[in-house]
Design a protein around this ligand. Structure first.
Ligand code: PLP
Length: 393
Protein backbone atom coordinates (compact mmCIF):
# COMPACT_ATOMS: atom_id res chain seq x y z
CA UNK A 1 0.00 0.00 0.00
CA UNK A 2 1.06 3.62 -0.42
CA UNK A 3 1.94 4.83 3.07
CA UNK A 4 3.02 8.36 2.15
CA UNK A 5 0.22 9.94 4.16
CA UNK A 6 -0.03 7.22 6.81
CA UNK A 7 0.79 7.57 10.48
CA UNK A 8 4.09 6.38 11.91
CA UNK A 9 2.88 3.02 13.22
CA UNK A 10 1.22 2.20 9.90
CA UNK A 11 4.52 2.96 8.18
CA UNK A 12 6.23 0.59 10.62
CA UNK A 13 4.04 -2.23 9.35
CA UNK A 14 3.67 -1.36 5.66
CA UNK A 15 6.17 1.22 4.36
CA UNK A 16 8.47 -0.20 1.73
CA UNK A 17 6.86 -3.64 1.72
CA UNK A 18 6.76 -5.86 -1.33
CA UNK A 19 4.30 -8.62 -2.10
CA UNK A 20 5.53 -11.54 -4.13
CA UNK A 21 3.51 -13.63 -6.58
CA UNK A 22 2.35 -15.91 -3.72
CA UNK A 23 0.85 -13.05 -1.75
CA UNK A 24 3.25 -13.45 1.17
CA UNK A 25 2.36 -11.21 4.11
CA UNK A 26 5.98 -10.42 4.99
CA UNK A 27 8.97 -9.48 2.87
CA UNK A 28 10.66 -12.75 1.82
CA UNK A 29 14.38 -13.32 2.38
CA UNK A 30 16.06 -13.25 -1.01
CA UNK A 31 19.06 -15.25 0.21
CA UNK A 32 21.01 -15.03 -3.01
CA UNK A 33 24.33 -13.46 -3.88
CA UNK A 34 23.59 -12.96 -7.56
CA UNK A 35 20.67 -12.59 -10.00
CA UNK A 36 20.38 -14.04 -13.49
CA UNK A 37 19.54 -11.87 -16.50
CA UNK A 38 16.88 -12.66 -19.06
CA UNK A 39 19.30 -12.01 -21.88
CA UNK A 40 22.75 -10.65 -22.60
CA UNK A 41 21.09 -7.37 -23.63
CA UNK A 42 19.17 -7.26 -20.33
CA UNK A 43 22.40 -7.79 -18.33
CA UNK A 44 24.14 -5.02 -20.24
CA UNK A 45 21.21 -2.67 -19.60
CA UNK A 46 21.29 -3.41 -15.85
CA UNK A 47 24.99 -2.63 -15.62
CA UNK A 48 24.60 0.49 -17.75
CA UNK A 49 22.02 1.74 -15.25
CA UNK A 50 19.31 1.75 -17.93
CA UNK A 51 17.21 -0.83 -16.11
CA UNK A 52 16.71 -1.28 -12.39
CA UNK A 53 16.91 -5.04 -12.36
CA UNK A 54 18.96 -6.71 -9.64
CA UNK A 55 22.53 -7.77 -10.45
CA UNK A 56 24.46 -8.69 -7.31
CA UNK A 57 23.58 -8.49 -3.60
CA UNK A 58 26.45 -6.19 -2.62
CA UNK A 59 24.89 -3.64 -4.99
CA UNK A 60 21.22 -4.24 -4.15
CA UNK A 61 18.85 -6.98 -3.03
CA UNK A 62 15.03 -6.96 -2.77
CA UNK A 63 14.93 -7.78 0.97
CA UNK A 64 17.49 -5.09 1.78
CA UNK A 65 15.72 -2.63 -0.56
CA UNK A 66 12.46 -3.10 1.34
CA UNK A 67 14.16 -2.19 4.61
CA UNK A 68 15.90 0.79 3.03
CA UNK A 69 12.61 2.12 1.61
CA UNK A 70 10.95 1.72 4.98
CA UNK A 71 13.61 3.48 7.07
CA UNK A 72 13.91 6.28 4.49
CA UNK A 73 10.15 6.78 4.87
CA UNK A 74 10.39 6.80 8.68
CA UNK A 75 13.15 9.45 8.60
CA UNK A 76 11.54 11.52 5.82
CA UNK A 77 14.62 11.13 3.63
CA UNK A 78 15.14 10.67 -0.10
CA UNK A 79 16.74 7.26 0.34
CA UNK A 80 18.59 4.95 2.71
CA UNK A 81 21.66 2.73 2.49
CA UNK A 82 21.72 -0.30 4.78
CA UNK A 83 25.11 -1.46 6.01
CA UNK A 84 26.60 -4.23 8.12
CA UNK A 85 26.78 -2.29 11.42
CA UNK A 86 26.38 1.10 13.03
CA UNK A 87 30.14 1.63 12.78
CA UNK A 88 30.00 0.73 9.07
CA UNK A 89 27.42 3.51 8.81
CA UNK A 90 29.74 5.99 10.56
CA UNK A 91 32.80 5.10 8.47
CA UNK A 92 30.83 5.03 5.21
CA UNK A 93 29.58 8.53 6.01
CA UNK A 94 33.14 9.69 6.75
CA UNK A 95 34.49 8.14 3.54
CA UNK A 96 31.64 9.54 1.44
CA UNK A 97 31.79 13.11 2.72
CA UNK A 98 35.43 13.77 3.68
CA UNK A 99 38.60 13.97 1.58
CA UNK A 100 42.26 14.50 2.36
CA UNK A 101 42.79 17.90 4.01
CA UNK A 102 39.19 18.19 5.24
CA UNK A 103 38.12 18.78 8.82
CA UNK A 104 35.16 17.55 10.87
CA UNK A 105 33.61 19.12 13.99
CA UNK A 106 31.85 16.74 16.34
CA UNK A 107 30.24 16.26 19.75
CA UNK A 108 32.85 15.39 22.39
CA UNK A 109 30.56 12.80 23.98
CA UNK A 110 29.99 11.07 20.60
CA UNK A 111 29.88 7.26 20.43
CA UNK A 112 33.43 6.23 21.46
CA UNK A 113 34.55 4.20 18.39
CA UNK A 114 33.15 6.84 16.00
CA UNK A 115 35.64 9.24 17.59
CA UNK A 116 38.41 6.64 17.90
CA UNK A 117 38.37 5.73 14.21
CA UNK A 118 38.55 9.39 13.27
CA UNK A 119 41.39 10.30 15.64
CA UNK A 120 43.44 7.14 15.14
CA UNK A 121 42.73 6.02 11.56
CA UNK A 122 41.31 8.84 9.44
CA UNK A 123 44.06 11.14 10.70
CA UNK A 124 46.50 8.89 8.77
CA UNK A 125 44.77 10.03 5.59
CA UNK A 126 45.04 13.71 6.46
CA UNK A 127 41.55 14.27 7.85
CA UNK A 128 41.41 16.48 10.94
CA UNK A 129 38.81 16.48 13.69
CA UNK A 130 37.77 18.69 16.59
CA UNK A 131 35.60 17.43 19.44
CA UNK A 132 33.63 20.01 21.38
CA UNK A 133 30.65 20.41 23.65
CA UNK A 134 27.84 20.95 21.12
CA UNK A 135 25.15 21.69 23.74
CA UNK A 136 26.07 25.33 23.05
CA UNK A 137 25.69 25.94 19.30
CA UNK A 138 28.13 28.86 19.57
CA UNK A 139 30.92 26.34 20.24
CA UNK A 140 30.20 24.76 16.85
CA UNK A 141 30.53 28.09 15.08
CA UNK A 142 33.82 28.73 16.83
CA UNK A 143 35.26 25.32 15.91
CA UNK A 144 34.46 25.57 12.19
CA UNK A 145 37.53 26.23 10.01
CA UNK A 146 37.83 27.05 6.30
CA UNK A 147 38.43 23.32 5.59
CA UNK A 148 35.51 22.04 7.73
CA UNK A 149 33.16 19.96 5.58
CA UNK A 150 31.04 18.11 8.10
CA UNK A 151 29.46 18.78 11.49
CA UNK A 152 28.57 15.48 13.10
CA UNK A 153 26.51 15.32 16.27
CA UNK A 154 24.68 12.91 18.49
CA UNK A 155 21.67 14.09 20.51
CA UNK A 156 20.99 13.00 23.18
CA UNK A 157 24.67 12.13 23.40
CA UNK A 158 25.97 8.83 24.63
CA UNK A 159 26.28 8.48 27.62
CA UNK A 160 25.88 12.00 29.01
CA UNK A 161 22.31 12.51 27.75
CA UNK A 162 23.33 16.05 26.78
CA UNK A 163 21.28 17.46 23.92
CA UNK A 164 22.26 19.55 20.92
CA UNK A 165 19.89 22.01 19.25
CA UNK A 166 19.42 20.43 15.82
CA UNK A 167 17.94 23.48 14.11
CA UNK A 168 20.56 25.90 15.46
CA UNK A 169 23.48 23.66 14.52
CA UNK A 170 22.02 22.92 11.06
CA UNK A 171 21.85 26.66 10.39
CA UNK A 172 25.43 27.25 11.51
CA UNK A 173 26.71 24.28 9.48
CA UNK A 174 24.94 25.44 6.32
CA UNK A 175 26.05 29.07 6.74
CA UNK A 176 29.61 27.75 6.58
CA UNK A 177 29.04 25.39 3.67
CA UNK A 178 29.15 22.26 5.85
CA UNK A 179 26.85 19.27 5.93
CA UNK A 180 25.14 18.25 9.17
CA UNK A 181 25.25 14.54 10.02
CA UNK A 182 23.30 13.19 13.00
CA UNK A 183 23.68 9.84 14.74
CA UNK A 184 20.03 9.29 15.69
CA UNK A 185 20.52 5.88 17.35
CA UNK A 186 19.43 6.97 20.83
CA UNK A 187 16.06 8.26 19.64
CA UNK A 188 15.25 6.09 16.63
CA UNK A 189 12.99 7.70 14.02
CA UNK A 190 10.05 7.17 16.38
CA UNK A 191 11.22 9.95 18.69
CA UNK A 192 13.24 12.31 16.51
CA UNK A 193 13.60 13.11 12.80
CA UNK A 194 16.76 15.23 12.40
CA UNK A 195 16.23 15.72 8.63
CA UNK A 196 13.09 17.73 9.49
CA UNK A 197 15.27 20.08 11.56
CA UNK A 198 17.77 20.72 8.77
CA UNK A 199 20.21 17.78 8.97
CA UNK A 200 21.51 16.41 5.65
CA UNK A 201 22.36 12.86 6.67
CA UNK A 202 21.11 10.71 9.53
CA UNK A 203 22.41 7.33 10.55
CA UNK A 204 21.49 4.60 13.00
CA UNK A 205 23.02 1.65 14.67
CA UNK A 206 19.99 -0.55 14.01
CA UNK A 207 21.53 -2.95 16.51
CA UNK A 208 19.72 -0.82 19.06
CA UNK A 209 16.11 0.41 18.97
CA UNK A 210 15.23 -0.23 15.32
CA UNK A 211 15.87 -3.96 15.48
CA UNK A 212 15.29 -3.97 19.22
CA UNK A 213 15.88 -7.61 20.10
CA UNK A 214 19.63 -7.80 20.79
CA UNK A 215 20.08 -10.46 18.11
CA UNK A 216 21.56 -8.52 15.18
CA UNK A 217 24.27 -5.95 14.49
CA UNK A 218 23.24 -3.58 11.67
CA UNK A 219 23.38 0.01 10.49
CA UNK A 220 21.67 2.38 8.07
CA UNK A 221 22.32 5.81 6.56
CA UNK A 222 19.52 8.08 5.37
CA UNK A 223 20.14 11.05 3.07
CA UNK A 224 17.83 13.97 2.58
CA UNK A 225 18.74 14.58 -1.06
CA UNK A 226 19.26 12.34 -4.08
CA UNK A 227 22.80 13.50 -4.80
CA UNK A 228 24.04 12.69 -1.28
CA UNK A 229 22.17 9.40 -1.32
CA UNK A 230 23.92 8.35 -4.54
CA UNK A 231 27.32 9.39 -3.20
CA UNK A 232 26.83 7.29 -0.05
CA UNK A 233 25.40 4.28 -1.90
CA UNK A 234 28.29 4.29 -4.32
CA UNK A 235 30.78 4.29 -1.42
CA UNK A 236 28.96 1.45 0.35
CA UNK A 237 29.01 -0.70 -2.80
CA UNK A 238 32.74 -0.09 -3.30
CA UNK A 239 33.66 -0.63 0.36
CA UNK A 240 31.57 -3.79 0.50
CA UNK A 241 30.05 -3.10 3.91
CA UNK A 242 26.60 -4.09 2.66
CA UNK A 243 23.94 -5.69 4.78
CA UNK A 244 23.09 -9.35 4.33
CA UNK A 245 19.53 -10.29 3.21
CA UNK A 246 18.92 -12.40 6.32
CA UNK A 247 20.07 -9.52 8.51
CA UNK A 248 17.65 -7.22 6.66
CA UNK A 249 14.83 -9.68 7.27
CA UNK A 250 15.58 -9.75 11.01
CA UNK A 251 15.47 -5.96 11.18
CA UNK A 252 12.25 -5.85 9.10
CA UNK A 253 10.74 -8.19 11.67
CA UNK A 254 12.02 -6.22 14.68
CA UNK A 255 11.12 -2.74 13.46
CA UNK A 256 7.39 -3.46 13.23
CA UNK A 257 7.04 -3.10 17.02
CA UNK A 258 9.33 -0.06 17.36
CA UNK A 259 6.46 2.21 18.41
CA UNK A 260 4.93 -0.03 21.06
CA UNK A 261 8.33 -1.06 22.40
CA UNK A 262 9.44 2.55 22.86
CA UNK A 263 6.06 3.61 24.28
CA UNK A 264 6.38 0.96 26.99
CA UNK A 265 10.08 1.48 27.66
CA UNK A 266 9.87 5.24 28.00
CA UNK A 267 6.81 5.10 30.23
CA UNK A 268 8.83 2.84 32.54
CA UNK A 269 11.99 4.94 32.13
CA UNK A 270 10.29 8.02 33.58
CA UNK A 271 9.24 5.99 36.62
CA UNK A 272 12.73 4.55 37.00
CA UNK A 273 14.31 8.02 36.65
CA UNK A 274 11.95 9.43 39.29
CA UNK A 275 12.69 6.50 41.59
CA UNK A 276 16.43 7.08 41.23
CA UNK A 277 16.13 10.84 41.68
CA UNK A 278 14.41 10.30 45.02
CA UNK A 279 16.82 7.62 46.25
CA UNK A 280 19.14 8.78 49.07
CA UNK A 281 22.17 6.93 47.66
CA UNK A 282 21.85 8.52 44.22
CA UNK A 283 23.88 11.71 43.61
CA UNK A 284 22.42 12.75 40.26
CA UNK A 285 20.17 11.52 37.42
CA UNK A 286 20.18 12.67 33.79
CA UNK A 287 17.03 11.80 31.81
CA UNK A 288 15.39 14.03 29.18
CA UNK A 289 11.97 13.52 30.81
CA UNK A 290 13.03 14.92 34.19
CA UNK A 291 12.51 18.63 34.79
CA UNK A 292 15.96 18.61 36.39
CA UNK A 293 17.58 17.91 32.98
CA UNK A 294 19.22 21.24 32.06
CA UNK A 295 17.86 20.95 28.50
CA UNK A 296 14.38 19.69 29.33
CA UNK A 297 12.78 22.36 27.11
CA UNK A 298 15.01 21.59 24.11
CA UNK A 299 14.05 17.92 24.40
CA UNK A 300 10.37 18.86 24.21
CA UNK A 301 11.07 20.91 21.07
CA UNK A 302 12.89 18.32 18.99
CA UNK A 303 11.95 14.92 20.47
CA UNK A 304 8.48 13.37 20.46
CA UNK A 305 9.26 11.46 23.65
CA UNK A 306 11.98 11.16 26.25
CA UNK A 307 13.34 7.73 25.34
CA UNK A 308 14.47 4.98 27.65
CA UNK A 309 18.13 5.83 28.35
CA UNK A 310 19.11 7.09 31.79
CA UNK A 311 22.48 8.13 33.16
CA UNK A 312 23.06 8.46 36.88
CA UNK A 313 25.74 8.53 39.53
CA UNK A 314 25.86 7.27 43.10
CA UNK A 315 27.23 9.23 46.05
CA UNK A 316 29.74 6.40 46.51
CA UNK A 317 31.09 6.86 42.94
CA UNK A 318 32.65 4.03 40.94
CA UNK A 319 32.97 1.77 44.00
CA UNK A 320 29.23 2.04 44.57
CA UNK A 321 28.54 1.62 40.86
CA UNK A 322 30.44 -1.69 40.84
CA UNK A 323 28.44 -2.94 43.83
CA UNK A 324 25.20 -1.98 42.11
CA UNK A 325 26.19 -3.62 38.80
CA UNK A 326 27.21 -6.79 40.63
CA UNK A 327 23.94 -6.97 42.56
CA UNK A 328 21.26 -6.45 39.94
CA UNK A 329 19.81 -9.59 38.39
CA UNK A 330 17.02 -8.53 36.05
CA UNK A 331 19.20 -5.89 34.38
CA UNK A 332 21.90 -7.56 32.29
CA UNK A 333 25.38 -6.19 32.87
CA UNK A 334 26.06 -5.54 29.20
CA UNK A 335 26.80 -2.81 26.68
CA UNK A 336 24.35 -1.94 23.88
CA UNK A 337 20.85 -0.53 24.38
CA UNK A 338 17.45 -0.22 22.77
CA UNK A 339 16.49 -3.87 23.12
CA UNK A 340 13.52 -5.39 24.91
CA UNK A 341 15.74 -6.26 27.88
CA UNK A 342 17.02 -3.86 30.55
CA UNK A 343 20.80 -3.32 30.51
CA UNK A 344 23.25 -1.64 32.87
CA UNK A 345 26.86 -0.68 32.15
CA UNK A 346 29.72 1.62 33.17
CA UNK A 347 30.82 3.75 30.17
CA UNK A 348 34.15 4.97 31.63
CA UNK A 349 35.45 1.39 31.89
CA UNK A 350 33.37 -0.22 29.11
CA UNK A 351 31.91 1.55 26.03
CA UNK A 352 34.18 4.60 26.39
CA UNK A 353 37.23 2.85 27.91
CA UNK A 354 39.41 3.81 24.94
CA UNK A 355 38.66 7.53 25.25
CA UNK A 356 41.59 9.19 27.11
CA UNK A 357 41.02 10.24 30.75
CA UNK A 358 41.38 13.88 29.76
CA UNK A 359 38.85 13.63 26.90
CA UNK A 360 36.43 11.68 29.10
CA UNK A 361 36.54 14.42 31.70
CA UNK A 362 36.04 17.10 29.06
CA UNK A 363 33.08 15.20 27.61
CA UNK A 364 31.46 14.69 31.00
CA UNK A 365 31.92 10.91 31.03
CA UNK A 366 32.63 10.82 34.74
CA UNK A 367 33.89 7.82 36.66
CA UNK A 368 30.65 7.55 38.63
CA UNK A 369 28.41 7.55 35.52
CA UNK A 370 26.18 4.47 35.19
CA UNK A 371 24.27 4.02 31.94
CA UNK A 372 20.94 2.30 32.29
CA UNK A 373 18.83 1.19 29.30
CA UNK A 374 15.24 0.48 30.33
CA UNK A 375 13.62 -2.51 28.63
CA UNK A 376 9.99 -3.56 28.35
CA UNK A 377 9.78 -5.85 31.40
CA UNK A 378 7.23 -4.93 34.10
CA UNK A 379 8.34 -1.66 35.63
CA UNK A 380 7.75 -2.93 39.18
CA UNK A 381 10.24 -5.71 38.58
CA UNK A 382 12.77 -3.26 37.11
CA UNK A 383 12.50 -0.97 40.13
CA UNK A 384 12.60 -3.91 42.61
CA UNK A 385 15.79 -5.07 40.94
CA UNK A 386 17.37 -1.61 41.31
CA UNK A 387 16.19 -1.42 44.91
CA UNK A 388 17.80 -4.77 45.67
CA UNK A 389 21.06 -3.65 44.04
CA UNK A 390 21.06 -0.25 45.78
CA UNK A 391 20.44 -1.94 49.15
CA UNK A 392 23.83 -3.64 48.71
CA UNK A 393 25.64 -0.35 48.01
C1 PLP B 1 26.04 1.15 19.13
C2 PLP B 1 26.18 2.50 18.58
C3 PLP B 1 26.91 2.75 17.42
C4 PLP B 1 27.66 1.67 16.67
O1 PLP B 1 26.81 0.68 16.20
P1 PLP B 1 27.21 -0.87 15.94
O2 PLP B 1 25.97 -1.42 15.38
O3 PLP B 1 27.59 -1.42 17.28
O4 PLP B 1 28.37 -0.88 15.02
C5 PLP B 1 26.95 4.04 16.94
N1 PLP B 1 26.33 5.04 17.58
C6 PLP B 1 25.64 4.85 18.73
C7 PLP B 1 24.98 6.00 19.39
C8 PLP B 1 25.54 3.58 19.26
O5 PLP B 1 24.86 3.40 20.39
Amino acid sequence: MNTEKSGFNTKLIHAGEIHDQFGSATVPIYQTSTFSFESAEDGAKCFAGESNGYMYTRIANPTIDALERQIAALENGFGAVAVSSGMAAATTVYLSLLSQGDHIVSTDAIYGPARGVMEKQFVRFGIESTYINTTDAANVKEAIRPNTKVVYIETPANPTMDMTDLRAVAEIAHQHGCLLVVDNTFCSPYLQNPLDFGADVVFHSMTKFINGHADIVAGIIIAKEEQLYKQIRNMMVLMGCNMDPHQAYMVLRGVKTLGIRIDRAQESALKVAEYLENHPKVAWVKYPGLKSHPQYELGKKQMRGDGSMISFGLKTGYEGAKKLMNNVHLALLAVSLGGVETLIQHPASMTHAKVSAQDKEKAGISDDLIRYAVGIEDVNDIIDDLKHGLDKV
